[in-house]
Ligand binder design. Structure first.
Ligand code: SF4
Length: 269
């Protein structure tokens, strides 16, 4: 596919998702350090549980790099039990705070003053900070141009036929960063919209009959691989999509989708 066509497809998908779901207001946090703590705590766990763990740190007065650095790991772990793997995550929080203190004198302003790729490479050398976490910190705490990808993004793009065969995190990140405008606001919103869409509709068993992309030129022109739906939606496809809904609920309207999403976000892990 030629480069201009990928640009147009990615922008068309963004417009459809934004028009349907509206702004997602990410990242929900009061401070930059809270974003960072949340990015670490949400690894391999639902956002709901990560949020409970962040609240635990806040109640204990530990939502500050100095407080984390000077507290024993066992104490930190005790306040973030909801995030699962809490011992490992306590170690990761301390590792990040140690890096911040040693390399940037404990100042997030100083840290985010550095060039994005330099900072990204630095963070990837910290134990427990992977690509998704590093990019989340750069984009949502540092407001730097670094697109965040995850397993949802890969599944979504694969279904839309935008990636095929072998892919990796860096190639998906590069796809977005090459083909959409270099805008922090757009990077922020696009990732949030994909996550929201994949929670609500494009699930492991997608609810294609209610997909906002299914009625658009985007999926009509390029039917999704999952069910070959979009332009060819039939009663059979609708039945398949909705009958897989876990609560047996038929999600047919935007309001219905919003209800389904809020119940997912509040699901205990
Ligand atoms: S049409 Fe189905 S598979 Fe394609 S993006 Fe929508 S929900 Fe996902």
């Amino acid at each position: 596919m030629e480069s201009g066509a990928i640009d147009r497809r990615l922008l068309a998908i963004y417009d459809e998702l934004f028009g349907f779901y509206g702004p997602r207001h990410w990242w929900p946090a009061r401070t930059r350090f809270e974003v960072i703590a949340g990015a670490i705590l949400t690894q391999n766990v639902s956002w709901h549980n990560a949020r409970l763990a962040v609240a635990g740190l806040r109640r204990a007065g530990l939502l500050h790099p100095d407080a984390i650095l000077h507290s024993p790991e066992s104490i930190i772990a005790g306040h973030i039990r909801k995030s699962r793997f809490y011992n490992q995550k306590a170690t990761k929080l301390k590792a990040f705070c140690s890096y911040l203190t040693t390399v940037h004198s404990g100042s997030l302003d100083r840290m985010f003053h550095h060039d994005t790729e330099h900072l990204r490479n630095d963070m990837l050398s910290i134990r427990g900070i992977g690509r998704e976490t590093a990019d989340s910190i750069l984009l949502y705490a540092g407001r730097k141009l670094s697109f965040v990808c995850d397993a949802y993004t890969a599944r979504f793009l694969e279904r839309l036929g935008l990636i095929t065969g072998r892919w990796d995190y860096e190639s998906i990140r590069s796809l977005f960063m090459t083909h959409i405008p270099p805008s922090v606001a757009m990077y922020n919103e696009y990732h949030a919209l994909i996550v929201h869409h994949c929670y609500a509709v494009c699930r492991a068993r997608p609810l294609c009959a209610t997909c906002p992309l299914a009625g658009s030129g985007e999926v009509k022109q390029f039917p999704c691989r999952r069910f070959g739906c979009g332009a060819r939606r039939t009663a059979k496809h609708r039945t398949r999509a909705t009958s897989k809904e876990p609560q047996g609920k038929c999600v047919q309207t935007r309001q219905g989708v919003d209800v389904a999403v809020s119940s997912l976000y509040s699901e205990a892990e």
